[in-house]
Design a protein around this ligand. Structure first.
Ligand code: ATP
Ligand code: MG
Length: 335
């Protein structure tokens, strides 16, 4: 099984990225062939500062490695190093109905937040489908916000195969029955981390780099403290039971199970104020991420090594994409 997923270097990685996505990536690298990439081309839809993008890309690579990605097993690469992806994005885009893109959640969510709609933002799901289909990925671990995009990728892969592969049978995409032909583009499956499908941010909305509501995995201690102490709560008095809210969800994710049970008991009973729970969250955050944060301090000393890892990842990734894109070119008639 081939697993593939990516994160955008549109800012620093946060708890939502970790519990919603990266934690699964790291587990899967031991079991499956895994490709993880830093989606710098996707980040261009919102980032307008070259130095910031370069730095965030480097930080994302550092984050993956600090959290335990083993580059001799998993393939870690930068999206823009693989020209096959952008080529497939165009070819696929020529088959994508505009109506699909108009109802894409990511696009609707970002424009609703006032981000101006440019071609790149509208075309985002096409580039994402190309990311996945260029490598023939079987499984894509994602947060809930990306599930619809995965459905699009499956739909468009089916359209491509129906259009360009004779005797392709969508009921039998792997051609298990005699008489049908296997598709060129493989249909990927989304894999959702149910317990952390949508990690809330400090304002209670989905935690997002582009929303300014994050708790960052690798920010300095002072910033992390401010982010955690700034989690929005209500005015429930100290002695009263507390309602379910973002702070409670975050404690559930970050605290070890036994610790969370204690926390949860007093939460339902009343007697403690929110400030105390925020301090508990801060403590649990540091206990959980202390080792990766230390590791990042070591890895950051050797920028050349990070570059070498990304270059090696790009070579391995292109070896997988090239034969697939070659078939695509022939099928559509540009070769
Ligand atoms: P942006 O705001 O720029 O879109 P983001 O914070 O949403 O950034 P992405 O790079 O788009 O992060 O997403 C990387 C991965 O993390 C995806 O698989 C996505 O589903 C997951 N993810 C992002 N935010 C959350 C969240 N709050 N809860 C669960 N998963 C999340
Ligand atoms: Mg996102």
């Amino acid at each position: 099984m081939r697993v593939l997923s990516g994160v955008q270097p549109s800012g620093l990685l946060h708890l939502g990225n970790y519990y919603g996505a990266l934690q699964q990536y790291l587990e899967l690298q031991h079991e499956e062939e895994a490709l993880y990439f830093i989606a710098d081309l996707h980040a261009l839809t919102t980032v307008r500062d070259a130095a910031a993008l370069r730095e965030a890309t480097f930080e994302a690579a550092l984050a993956f490695l600090s959290l335990g990605l083993d580059p001799s097993r998993a393939i870690l690469f930068r999206q823009s190093d693989i020209p096959e992806i952008t080529e497939l994005h165009w070819i696929l885009g020529c088959l994508v109905p505009l109506s699909h893109l108009e109802r894409a959640h990511g696009y609707k969510d970002k424009t609703a937040r006032g981000i101006a709609a440019n071609f790149g933002l509208v075309a985002y799901p096409v580039l994402m489908a190309a990311d996945i289909l260029a490598f023939g990925a079987d499984v894509v671990p994602v947060g809930k916000d990306q599930v619809q995009h995965l459905e699009f990728a499956r739909d468009w892969a089916t359209r491509f195969n129906l259009t360009f592969v004779d005797r392709y049978d969508p009921q039998d995409p792997e051609a298990r029955l005699p008489g049908s032909e296997r598709g060129i583009l493989k249909l990927p499956q989304a894999r959702l981390q149910e317990t952390a499908a949508v990690v809330p941010g400090t304002d209670g909305q989905k935690m997002s780099k582009s929303s300014g509501n994050t708790i960052d995995l690798f920010a300095d201690d002072d910033t992390v403290r401010k982010q955690i102490m700034g989690i929005k709560t209500d005015s429930t008095p100290m002695d009263q039971p507390k309602p379910d809210n973002a702070l409670h969800r975050l404690l559930q994710l970050v605290a070890p199970p036994a610790r969370f049970e204690q926390i949860d008991a007093s939460w339902r009973l009343g007697g403690k104020g929110y400030a105390e729970y925020k301090k508990a969250l801060l403590e649990c955050f540091h206990a959980t991420f202390e080792a990766p944060r230390k590791r990042r301090e070591e890895l950051i000393q050797d920028r050349g090594e990070i570059e070498r890892i990304l270059a090696g990842g790009a070579r391995r990734a292109r070896d997988i994409a090239a034969p697939i894109i070659d078939q695509v070119r022939r099928a559509v008639g540009i070769r």
